[in-house]
Design a protein around this ligand. Sequence first.
Ligand SMILES: *Cc1c(COP(=O)(O)O)cnc(C)c1O
Length: 481
Amino acid sequence: MSGGKISIILKLVLGIVEYLSTMETEFRRLPSVDRLMSDERINQLREVYPHSLVVDLVRQCLEQDRLSITLGNPCPSVDEIIESVCSRVEVLVHPSLRPVINASGVILHTNLGRAPLSKEAAAAMDMVARGYCNLEFDLDSGARGSRHVHIEQLLCQLAGAEAALVVNNNASAVLLALTALAKRREVIVSRGQAVEIGGGFRIPDVMRQSGAKLVEVGTTNCTYVYDYEQAINERTAALLRVHASNFRVEGFTHQVTIEEMLMLGSKYGLPVLDDLGSGCFLDTTMFGLDLEPMVQKSVTLGVGLTSFSGDKLVGGPQAGIIVGKKFLVDKLKRHALARAVRIDKIRLAGLAATLVHYLRGEVIEKVPVWRMIAMPLGEIERRAETWAQALEGLASVIEGETMVGGGSLPGNALPTRLVAIKEKGKGRNVAHLLAKRLRFQVPPVIGRISGNVLLLDPRCVLPEDDNIVIQTLRNAVASLG
Ligand SMILES: *Cc1c(COP(=O)(O)O)cnc(C)c1O
């Protein structure tokens, strides 16, 4: 070995030894658990929180510091360690889930919790949350009852259906329907409808979970009645339609109508299942939008089971709603999986209160999602002006579009007025900075950035929240300095 190589190896070894010995010294400087527990500030924590919690957090911080020293960092001071114990407590006792203002321009924003609830729905949820309720108790007979009775008649009345069932969400509604009706058998679906609807929910994957075999027919853009008919055999359990809720195929396309599917279904004695996605009881063309498929129509035409979400265009809490023929709904109710995907008392109360708005014909005045869809442009413009004023010359009001979102009305938008904050202002990129400052306010205001412009849409904010928004905008501007 050459002298040069030996000296390199020697340097390396010395380096490692030095590194290990500094690490050793840094480790020795770490205070003990007892030392930290006797500190005044930790004692203050112990007055509020149980001893076991505080010790646990102290140990977690020391463990993290040990790891950091192994990576070559110096040992933090006692003050710094105590600081991080205190901030760990803060994080734990302030749950990160909190209200935000949705100014993003998407009314049904899945990441922002989809539909906000009406006052009545929130009050109904509050009422059953605070005490006991007759969830599965028949007050007439004093015997065990069913949770479904609280909502079934309401849904049947609204949809014109024989029977109804509510579960955890629409994904579980589809899973339950396929498991109960088509396990180890085949379900025919058009290739153009074997879709991913976001959040990793793919129709083919859910079908596989159910144990049903998915038979895709046709092509991505074109499917005809004979494609379905050729795939029907003795193993076929159902025909499934999935509403293309988040995309639009344009150009040379052909899809089989639900009427044609029903004709085929009755010819071969097969039920038709309709996953509507959003599910809508109102005619969306009233608002200048395309027609979102309506629940009543599927039921009237004779669909076996129609399923949709509670928290999309229905405007209620998260739920999966199933309406349809009694003999099919009964099969679902009796299935063991129904127990695993059942809805809880709180959302049941919220959904029932939401559906009552439909029966009373007061949806557009009471259900926030529909208030937003129906909001007059003039009112939005006036509100946008007051928002812009709060931004002290940084913003202007421009024309724009609101998306309905939530897997409804793909490619459709409502005209709106936007508060636009341009990139340049006060000599820096104000749009991005302000967007960030707005997220740090209480409550955070969530806008959207489009080509270096920050856009805030008043349509998806209820007018009664304007005072909070305006104050928050002022605070954010003030924080820019
Ligand atoms: C949104 C959607 C679902 C899933 O509904 P969740 O209530 O979110 O579980 C299923 N199918 C379609 C077509 C959808 O648009």
